[in-house]
Structures are given as structure tokens and as C-alpha cells.
Design a protein. Structure first.
Length: 544
């Protein structure tokens, strides 16, 4: 043991021990002795730390459940397990590594979160995609046995149903993502896009129909064309009506001017009686001829009268003489009738022109209204046409993708899922490991603290104690009693008093500055030191 004494070299410092042989290190027996001396402190510290560890293990360490799902990778046309993986070893390792990377990729995990939903994966505790993705990354793992074409996917969580649900979601997303990557058809994505395009087309068409109904339009293009055609027709009819009206008015004006020049009444005929006399004489001659010969005097007399009358008439002496009769001029009357008809025609055409003017205004207003509605109609029509074209294009892509998928011959169908993941019945817990760790930690800490405390109290020197000569003699008598109780230790102090050993160079000890010699006395041993002295280990230490 390392020893420290006062500069005079007469008495050892209180609290130090002088072994029979000079040793510079401690052995197992010294450590056991120090631990035994501090057993109370060690037991108390061990009980406190172990109790805290047990409580923490029982409350904080929850059981975890691991759901597993094997996936068979078929490398040949025969899907039986005997032929799975019969290809070259390099091909098997490359394919299995690729499948494992795809299965554990963030794209698959992110797709699982999007398809199932973060709230479902997290049991409703949160609705954050980042938390759900972190949860899948933490709990999911995939491995395989050497020279085997089976991937063992597993997921560990605190809830068995949650573990099975998360694992099934990852496997489903992996199968769908693998089909998109390997086949490249993307049928499901195209179908979804087509459905969204169809919904957008229906919505745009509904908006267009509602717009047309709200504005009283059945077919915008047809209504606009009809309105424009109507305007042209009304304009043509209006021009014709105005021409007819003007022609009728001009005819009325001409007739009025002509009528002003024509007399309204004319002389119809004149009755003078000469013709009547001549007719009577002729009738009389015919009567006489019925009774007489033409040469008869009576007949000859009548002939002379007739000849005289005819000569009178032929001479014109009877013209303009006699009874006159006056009446309406028939030409004036016909022109008056024509003028009335022309005036009626002019009035009718004037009314027609007025009506056509109103119709033209209405038609032009309708055309103007349709032109105001045309931009919105064009926008809605363009939306409908765009969505229709998009839907048609996606329909073609879907048909082509389905054809490629059918022609692929099951290229992506090389993964066989034995069964859906089921919630595990039993879980694994770290409570036993926590208890063991608590025991080891409590034992180590308590033993370390006890050894340090024992070393400090036993081997490190304390401050020097000044005593009077009378007290020194009383102490000497007490030391004699102690030496009688331990005969094997009587010579060591005396030898140490006459031949003080040199201070050993140890890292834990440092030389103190020289001090003036002064009388010192050894302290009275305590009950713990007395019990320590009775141990066989301590006795063996003293023998050394």
C-alpha cells in the first residue's frame, strides 16, 4: 500500500495504514474489503436505483407486435416454390435486391400513405402525412434468406391491428407501384385520369346548358344564325315595302294630277225626235205596202216624206238639236277608283314599313344580345370541347394501355402473396431486458460509489492532529491495548516509527510540503474499522 507520513518520519498520519511489505497497487482482496466496509451504502443505493429502473421498465417499455408477410418472387414460368429461384445466382441476387429496394423505397411508403390515409395508419392519433411516413419507415423492414426467392416483409408497432394494417397497405402499394414501374402501362392511373376528365366534362357541360337555359337559348349557333338571317330578311322586306309604299304614293300623286285635268261629268246622248219620225214613216210605208201597190199614191206620198226626212238628217241640220242627257265621266270614275286603290296600297305599305322597322329593331337587339353572350358561351364551349378531347385522348390511351398490359403476358405478375397479414397474437417486450439493465446499472453504480467512499475514508490521509504530551501518553496506553488485541500487528508500528518508509510515487498520492515536527497520536478505531479488522480478508491484507 502507498504510505504517507509526517516529515519527521516518526509517526504515521492519522487514517493511514502501514502494511508489512511496500506495495504500490490494490488487489481483489483490497476491493472486497472496501466493498464490505461500505455494504450499507451499497445496498441502499442499489435498492433505490434498481427500484427506479424497475418502475421505468414497467411503465415506459411497452410490448411491440410484429406482423409478417412472405412474398414469393417467381423467376421462371413455373410458379411453384421448387422452381422459384432456379436461375443463375447472380440473377437471383440482383432481382431479389431490386425487389427489396422497391419494397422499402419511399415511393412505395408514400403511396401507401396516400392510398390508405395517415389517420388510418396512425389509428386516428394524427392526420399528418409526414408523421405517417416516418411511422412506416421506423416500423417496416424486409429481409430474405440466402439462396431463396422469398422476401419476408415485417412491420413492428405497438398495436397488432395497426401493424397488420400498415403491412398490408405497404404490400398493396408495392404491387401497384411495381406494376406501374415494370409494365409501364399505368392503366389504373389512366382510368383515374379519364374518370376525372369525364367528371370535369360533365360539370362543364352542365354549366353550359345552365347558361343557355338562363338566357333562353336552345342552340346558340343556330339561334345566332337565325337572328342574323332574320335581320337580313327583314331588311330585304323593308326595302321592298318602302319601294311599294313610295310607288303607291307616286301613283296616287299622278292620278290626282290627271284627275284634275279630266271633267268629272260628260254628255251622254241627245234626243231630237227626227229619227223617231223617220222610223214612224218607214213603219207606215210597210203597212201601206201590205194593202197597196208601190205605185199607189198613198205609198208614193210616204216615200216622198221618208226621202225628205233622210235628206234633212243627212244635211246635219238636226245635229245638236233635241233633248240632251249628262252623266259621270267613266274615265274620271275609273281613275278615281284607281287612285283610291293606290292610296290604300300606300297606307298598307306604310304600315308594313312601320312593322318591319319594329321587327328589324327587335332582330338587331337579339343579335346584339347574342353577341354579348357569345364570349362566355365560347369560353364554356371551349371548356367542354377541351374536356371532350381530353376524355377521348385518355380513352385511347386507356385502350392502348390495356392492350399493352394484355400483350405483356404477366411480366409484372411475378410476385405471389401467400396471404394477407394478420394481427399477431403475441408481442415482444423489452421489460426483461430493462430489468436486467436496471440490475446491472444499480449494482455497478452502487458498487462504484461504495468503493470510492471506502477508498477515501480508508486510504486517503486526513489533516494532522496536535496533541499534548499527556494526551499522547493516554493514546499510547490505548494503542498498547489495541496491539494486544491484534498481536500480528505489534511490530509494524514500531518498525515504522524507527524506520519510516519513503512515500511511494503513485498517481493518487502527492507529496506535501515539509512541516515542522510535532507530536501526533493515532485515532481511536471506530466500530466499522474494528469489524473490518476482524475479517480474514483484512487479516490477509495486513499480513502482506
Amino acid at each position: 500500500m502507498n504510505q504517507w507520513s509526517d516529515p519527521a518520519g516518526q509517526n504515521p498520519r492519522p487514517g493511514s495504514r502501514a502494511p508489512s511489505g511496500a506495495r504500490g497497487e490494490m488487489d481483489l482482496f483490497d476491493l472486497l474489503a472496501l466493498a464490505w466496509s461500505q455494504r450499507g451504502l451499497i445496498l441502499v443505493l442499489f435498492a433505490v436505483i434498481f427500484a427506479v429502473g424497475v418502475a421505468a421498465s414497467m411503465t415506459l417499455l411497452k410490448p411491440s407486435y410484429q406482423a409478417g408477410l412472405p412474398l414469393l418472387v417467381v423467376l421462371e414460368d413455373d410458379p411453384t416454390p421448387n422452381t422459384a429461384g432456379t436461375g443463375a445466382e447472380f440473377q437471383l441476387d440482383a432481382i431479389m435486391q431490386s425487389e427489396a429496394e422497391i419494397l422499402a423505397s419511399d415511393a412505395v411508403l408514400r403511396r401507401a400513405v396516400q392510398e390508405v390515409g395517415p389517420a388510418v395508419l396512425l389509428n386516428g392519433e394524427a392526420n399528418s402525412e409526414s408523421l405517417a411516413l416516418r411511422f412506416l419507415r421506423t416500423g417496416f423492414s424486409v429481409d430474405r434468406a440466402p439462396n431463396a426467392s422469398i422476401l419476408n416483409a415485417s412491420f413492428e408497432a405497438g398495436d397488432p391491428d395497426q401493424a397488420a394494417r400498415a403491412l398490408n397497405a405497404i404490400v398493396d402499394a408495392y404491387l401497384a407501384y411495381r406494376e406501374d414501374v415494370l409494365v409501364g402501362s399505368g392503366v389504373a392511373g389512366i382510368v383515374e385520369q379519364r374518370a376525372r376528365a369525364s367528371e370535369a366534362y360533365d360539370a362543364a357541360l352542365s354549366q353550359l346548358n345552365a347558361y343557355l337555359v338562363a338566357n333562353g337559348i336552345s342552340n346558340f349557333d343556330a339561334d345566332k344564325l337565325a337572328a342574323e338571317t332574320r335581320v337580313s330578311t327583314i331588311q330585304d322586306r323593308l326595302i321592298s315595302a318602302r319601294a311599294d309604299r313610295d310607288a303607291a304614293r307616286a301613283a296616287v300623286a299622278a292620278l290626282n294630277q290627271r284627275l284634275a285635268e279630266i271633267p268629272q261629268s260628260v254628255e251622254l246622248y241627245v234626243e231630237n225626235g227626227v229619227s223617231g219620225v223617220l222610223l214612224e214613216r218607214r213603219a207606215e210605208r210597210a203597212n201601206l205596202l201590205a194593202r197597196y201597190q208601190p205605185t199607189a199614191p198613198a205609198v208614193q206620198a210616204v216615200d216622198r216624206e221618208i226621202a225628205a226626212i233622210e235628206d234633212f238628217i243627212a244635211s246635219g241640220a238636226a245635229d245638236g238639236l233635241g233633248q240632251r242627257r249628262v252623266g259621270i265621266n267613266p274615265i274620271y270614275q275609273a281613275m278615281e277608283t284607281d287612285r283610291a286603290a293606290r292610296e290604300a296600297t300606300a297606307l298598307a305599305e306604310a304600315g308594313r314599313v312601320t312593322a318591319l322597322d319594329d321587327q328589324l329593331i327587335s332582330a338587331r337587339n337579339e343579335v346584339a344580345r347574342l353577341r354579348q353572350l357569345e364570349p362566355e358561351f365560347v369560353r364554356l364551349s371551349q371548356d367542354v370541347n377541351a374536356y371532350a378531347q381530353t376524355t377521348g385522348r385518355l380513352a385511347g390511351l386507356e385502350a392502348a394501355a390495356e392492350t399493352r398490359t394484355a400483350m405483356a403476358g404477366g411480366v409484372a405478375d411475378t410476385i405471389r402473396v401467400f396471404d394477407r397479414a394478420q394481427p399477431p397474437v403475441e408481442g415482444s417486450s423489452l421489460k426483461k431486458l430493462g430489468l436486467v439493465a436496471s440490475f446491472v446499472l444499480a449494482a455497478g453504480v452502487s458498487l462504484f460509489v461504495g468503493l470510492v467512499r471506502g477508498y477515501v475514508k480508508t486510504y486517503l490521509p486526513g489533516p494532522p492532529v496536535r496533541v499534548s504530551p499527556s494526551s499522547q501518553r493516554a493514546r499510547a496506553s490505548q494503542e498498547g491495548a489495541i496491539d494486544q488485541a491484534a498481536p500480528g500487528q505489534t511490530e509494524a508500528p514500531t518498525a515504522a516509527a524507527h524506520h519510516p518508509p519513503q512515500v511511494a510515487a503513485a498517481p493518487a498520492m502527492s507529496a506535501r510540503p515539509p512541516m515542522a515536527p510535532h507530536p501526533v497520536s493515532r485515532p481511536v478505531p471506530t466500530a466499522a474499522q474494528a469489524a473490518l479488522a476482524d475479517l480474514p480478508v483484512v487479516a490477509r491484507i495486513r499480513e502482506r
